[in-house]
Design a protein around this ligand. Sequence first.
Ligand code: GLA
Length: 441
Amino acid sequence: MGEYSWPTESQFKAMKEKVSELSGRGTEEVRVVVSPYRICPLGAHIDHQGGNVSAMTVNRGILLGFVPSGNPEVLVHSKQFAGEVKFRVDEAQHPKGIALKNSKIHASESSQIKKYSSWGNYARGALYALQSRGNHISQGFIGYICGSEGMDSSGLSSSAAVGVAYLLALESANNLMISPTENIEYDRVIENEYLGLKNGILDQSAILLSSYGCLTYMDCKTKEHCLIHPPKLLKDNKTEFQKAYKILLAFSGLRQALTTNPGYNYRVAECQEAARILLEASGNVEVEPRLCNVDPEFYEAHKSKLEHDLAKRAEHYFSENMRVRKGLEAWASGNLEEFGKLISASGLSSIKNYECGSEPLIQLYEILLKAPGVFGTRFSGAGFRGCCLAFVDTDHAEKAASFVRKEYLKLQPDLANHIEEKAVLICEAGDCAHVRKYTTH
Ligand code: GLA
């Protein structure tokens, strides 16, 4: 249970055998990157504005088994995606959006870029990030990547988990010692510079910094972070805190990828516009237009200067920052009821103020609010697709899961039938991303 409940011994062994078969090398040479999915109970949609966020990982995610190739070739196969990804670490990588538009790129190079299967973008992006920041990469790897069944495109940040997995594999193959803080920046380079998504650093920070059972807190403006430890026992002095709750993930069946949805970058632009207006009103035109640069008291006094939609985005930012602060206290004192209430309030603000939820996700949120034993719920990730997360009383977790399955099927039969029994998963807290050479069991 806990930090060692994923990957299981048999998942770990199966991965080693698969890579050994693929590479023709012994299983003892295979290393495995364990890169968990993350949840963000409080602090949604404010990382890109330099806000305060809270996060943790779950005991599911990406496994990337690999052996250093002994030459510059990278070769990756995937359980979820067809074909193979093949490139050399001494080839120049170009950011996706810019590379295809750049007329200076030779025609044959440009058609090669188009031919790349898109699931390989994260591997190339990882190489791009490491090289563009001056790291010497001479060795590739032969690898096999697989995500926990049914959980891709689910708002649990499988994309950051994949990006981090490739970074750790390249670094390990090239004997580079890179700190989690540097990897947070490198994954930002993959997403912001290489893929063109204007997201914040919440996802990779959670994946790289989390520690089993703690809530990870991060100030996305200063990048300061810390782990919030809960008490060992609940108020009754008998129940172990970590055993008192489970993390329920309820999937909507909507799978559109974040990078193809204009909604995310559009909301970021609205927040920046709100910041720009408020900063201008305060005579502070020099600073970057991000809501973290607006004084909360100034916002309270001058929020009427914002038109309706921008006012709602700013309200989400300032109220969410406050919920994060209260949430840290609730977690530190082991008050799951209070923590849960804040999560549900955060979910409501995402719906009403940030206006990012799609109908099926809002329905799931409302069902979860009524499910037995649920302390609190909200959508996970950007909220346009994917799943809702909930903290639920361990004793009621199974009952809550079947309640949600039944009720969601009534409202969204097509989507629910598509995902069937995988519609709701009961998970536990996870650990941070790392490379494992030997089994720990
Ligand atoms: C996505 C983005 C993150 C964050 C969340 C919403 O997961 O990648 O940077 O903005 O949405 O909290």
